[in-house]
Design a protein around this ligand. Sequence first.
Ligand SMILES: C[S@@+](CC[C@H](N)C(=O)[O-])C[C@H]1O[C@@H](n2cnc3c(N)ncnc32)[C@H](O)[C@@H]1O
Ligand SMILES: [Zn+2]
Length: 172
Amino acid sequence: MALVVRPSPIHSTGVYTTRPIRKGVRVVEYAGPRITPEEADRLYDGASRTYLYGLEDGKTVIDGEGLGAFLNHSCDPNCEIDEIKNRVWIFAIRNIAAGEELLWDYNLYDDDDPAPCHCGSPKCRGTMYSREWMAKMRRQARKKAKNRAEKKTNSPRRSKIKNGTNGKSAAS
Ligand SMILES: C[S@@+](CC[C@H](N)C(=O)[O-])C[C@H]1O[C@@H](n2cnc3c(N)ncnc32)[C@H](O)[C@@H]1O
Ligand SMILES: [Zn+2]
């Protein structure tokens, strides 16, 4: 596969193909050392850019190295990522022309740091988080707002009348 790292209009640098790639082709492995989610949090908490991929077991995170970890995110991607027998690969999901940037949908989850998306696609959802995760966040926010409102309604009201003067000085 003829892949190169070049500046990207989406973010810093991205991975491009110098040759056409056919739909379904396994393009590159998302390789790197395997660490725990706790180690990943410790190492990268607050980092503006990370190269992490969480495996389906929920206990392992790949700390990405090499070309596979350099692909940017798009909400209208030409690639997808898939875990096969404990290894992670990036596949073309449509025919890709020479010169195109390779992109997959990160579908981020399990975090609430802002992750605005700059993919520029008409289908952009404005964030690199998954639709499911965003829906969960909205449900949680609604629940919190409802609880706050209920707390306010149930708390004893303070009277506006002070010392029988309706807040005004007795001399006025
Ligand atoms: C795996 S790196 C991708 C390579 C990165 N562009 C670089 O030059 O190192 C992932 C990081 O790239 C950035 N990124 C990738 N796609 C993006 C997008 N669509 N919008 C905004 N930032 C993006 C985010 O900071 C993300 O944490
Ligand atoms: Zn987008």
